[in-house]
Design a protein around this ligand. Structure first.
Ligand code: ADP
Ligand code: MG
Length: 265
């Protein structure tokens, strides 16, 4: 594995996430190609692009689910994947990666609730066992979060008893319970029946209004145009567009983005 580059010293404004020249290979294929991007605190950042362009891989790098071959990612003060000691970079242990991951929530297309636990147990699990929150406090906070996503009446249901939209909202409550710095959404609505998409988007919209920092990979272009502050487009692992939602949707810089948008509106 190539050495990760050292970070540029300059601090760019209030960027919560700094991605710098990140490249990643799977076998011989370069799936992320020198990607650089900032996400500011409180920003909703959408990532769009065709299937296979590296969107999921980028999110997985952001929350240390997978490593990358060169470049650097910094979230807050944390250098993702490495601990600096005596001027050297030591790769994280699985335990360090897991601890970091809990503060960078990922809600993916395929709901991954624990099927043998009730909804409220799913939300309590992380705070209790990873953050060490006392059981009673964890339960009170879980109840608040479930109310926030409209699931007050489902505490004791099992995931299989919920609709897809309800499961996704429970997954969002579970991510929020870890008091994340940022939540990453990977096509969180694309496996849902069309009539259930709106209720999940409503929760995301509400989080945006509350100032939650979010990175959304989505094919819902209308929603992206409505909720995103900034939009980036990936194409074959390269970040070919990066601008405000207004700029990207109304006047994309590249012909590739224009073509992609016209086929998705
Ligand atoms: P997107 O989310 O934009 O559809 P992905 O990040 O899932 O794209 O995939 C980017 C590329 O990396 C694709 O060519 C995909 O086949 C490849 N890829 C993703 N995950 C793996 C993996 N675990 N092993 C090998 N190749 C992978
Ligand atoms: Mg994907």
């Amino acid at each position: 594995m190539a050495a990760p580059v050292s970070l540029p010293a300059a601090q760019e404004g209030s960027a919560l996430i700094r991605v710098r020249s990140v490249s990643k290979f799977y076998g011989g294929a370069k799936v992320l190609d020198e990607v650089s991007m900032d996400v500011r605190s409180g920003e909703v950042r959408c990532i769009i692009g065709p299937s296979g362009s590296g969107k999921s891989t980028l999110l997985r790098c952001l929350n240390a689910l997978t490593g990358f071959d060169s470049g650097a990612i910094v979230v807050g003060d944390t250098r993702v994947g490495y601990t600096e000691r005596d001027g050297r970079l030591l790769p994280w242990t699985p335990r360090q990666a897991a601890a970091f991951r809990s503060r960078v929530g990922l809600v993916s297309q395929h709901v991954n609730l624990f099927s043998h636990r009730t909804v409220i147990e799913n939300v309590i699990e992380g705070p209790k066992h990873i953050l060490g929150v006392p059981a009673r406090e964890a339960r009170e906070r879980a109840a608040e979060l479930l109310a926030r996503v409209g699931l007050s009446d489902k505490h004791d249901s099992y995931p299989i008893q919920l609709s897809g939209g309800q499961q996704q909202r429970a997954a969002i409550a579970r991510a929020l319970a870890m008091q994340p710095h940022v939540i990453l959404f990977d096509e969180a609505t694309s496996a849902l029946d069309p009539e259930l998409v709106g209720e999940v988007l409503a929760v995301i919209r509400q989080l945006a209004a509350e100032g939650m920092t979010m990175v959304l990979v989505t094919h819902e272009m209308r929603f992206a145009a409505e909720v995103a502050d900034r939009v980036a487009m990936l194409d074959r692992g390269r970040l070919i567009e990066d601008g405000t939602a207004r700029q990207v949707f109304s006047a994309p810089r590249s012909a590739r983005t224009a073509e992609f948008l016209s086929s998705h509106l």
